[in-house]
Design a protein around this ligand. Sequence first.
Ligand code: AHR
Length: 324
Amino acid sequence: MFGKKLTVVAVGVLGLSLLTACGNAADSTGGAGSIVLGFSQVGAESGWRTANTKSIQESAKSAGIELKFSDAQQKQENQITAIRSFIQQKVKVIAFSPVVESGWDTVLKEAKTANIPVILTDRSVDSSDKSLYKTFLGSDFVAEGKKAGEWLVKETASASGDVNVVELQGSTGSAPANDRKKGFADAIASASKIKVVASQTGEFTRAKGKEVMEAFLKSQSKIDVLYAHNDDMALGAIEAIEAAGKKPGTDIKIVSVDAVKDGMTALADGKINYIVECNPLLGPQLMDLVKKVSAGQEVPARIETQETEFDQAKAKAALPQRQY
Ligand code: AHR
């Protein structure tokens, strides 16, 4: 490929899927003269993630950037292995969406020593040394949780008794799970009748969302509201609620985050009551940043995506044009 020798990708033995596994270790711009970007993705846990991966792959293609894509299958150790492999291959830029927030300093220092700029996308890290990465591109997850909580405070303003909430958290230790929990808790703090009676991870997946909701329905005598950190878990929970003979959206109100098509359809159908948007279409902005950092240009330390919220009417209006 590109008339130069192939580089063997060491991470292959760990079962990681490097979709573009060719390149030249000595040429960081790739044989075709394009920028080589090493990207480590979280996995394929949700509709949001699928849309995010598609956006990154398509944008790299149209920007003429050679993408080495690695799927970490939800494991931090796989991401660290992939990043080390990218360093070994001397890619021009490394970007990744960290599975969890902590534990990145060592590998980020290795990238810095190798003079390879790193861009964080979608999720951030908790490193105190901000020089270890060039920029963060993604959402304000605390704000998302806060919007969900504020909606609930308004929605239950006239309720007389306690409002019992069960919470399906995202993957343990991930930035969206930590921040959406915090934002929601902050927003409901002054509404003493709103009580989070159970909170557990549903790992951002439909299957786990369903399983944990089944357990909540057995262990809790009264559930008024489900707060799910993403649509996929809410959709799994809807199956559990229906199987228990209850009506999602009516007997148990549901508020979630993402606004992927399936979630929006459930909102339009009245099975979800409110969704806070989290935009997965980060590819075009990411490729723009990749070009800038590889040219040595300064970029803002943090770039947040513009997002909105949806009620049933807004979801019905948006669905025909929804891309993901
Ligand atoms: O990091 C973004 C989150 O990860 C999305 O909200 C969730 O669906 C995904 O798995």
